[in-house]
Design a protein around this ligand. Sequence first.
Ligand code: NAP
Length: 249
Amino acid sequence: MKFDLNNKVALVTGASRGIGREIAITLAEAGAFVIVNYCGSKEKADEVVDTIKANGGDAVAMQCNVADFASTEEMINSILSEYGKVDILVNNAGITKDNLMIKMSVDDFDDVLSTNLNGTFHTIKLLYRNFMKLRAGKIINISSVSGVMGNAGQANYSASKAGVIGLTKAVARELAGRNICVNAIAPGFVETDMTGKMPEAVLEKAKEMIPLGKLGQTKDIANLALFLASDEANYITGQIINVDGGMAM
Ligand code: NAP
């Protein structure tokens, strides 16, 4: 099946690296004009835009720290004034600051919540009227298997990703009457910089918990994001879909 996102404008947060990068490239391949948001990695975001253009698509890089409401507002305002609308919002920006509860600082708890959960709230809030006016659109939030199952050493991260699940369901109910679909993807362990920071022993142990016996690839997540962004998924809303090699079943 070929998914058609021509004439759609997509905003992918945290698209300079990893899963967000792959989602940006995949949505652009289907015809969407993609805003490649990044926080600090300008060169990497520019590389994503270059890759999209080399593939025959179109995209632009835009900096903003989604944890900061004012910075996010500035980015959304400039997107709406330059491109008129956002049809597809992918809330992918995320960080980890892992530690056991006993050693976790208040700052590390707050930082992870601010980016992963508040950041998702900020973009949805700022694009709420845009979606209401369009009477169509797709919001895809990237949660995590950690938010579904909990994970020792990730109290901050698990809480933020469980929060994203609640937020997804609440907003899905609010916006369903306007034909807007809001879903979350809960990836398991995916090979990116984020999992690259984890000790090899932890990753080996993780593999033992994955029925399919291997880590996921960014494309595994991007393929589902593409489907959820397309018209083929118009009757799916309020769902949390695991892409985790069977880990959370
Ligand atoms: P990654 O490789 O570490 O990339 C993170 C991305 O988020 C980067 O593009 C980064 O931009 C951006 N970002 C971080 N803080 C930001 C902020 N405050 N504002 C805007 N952008 C920000 O991570 P990943 O593994 O691809 O993860 C992507 C998403 O999937 C995250 O939400 C993560 O929690 C979730 N996830 C990942 C896994 C996994 O195994 N990898 C599993 C489950 C869920 P800069 O480089 O510009 O700072």
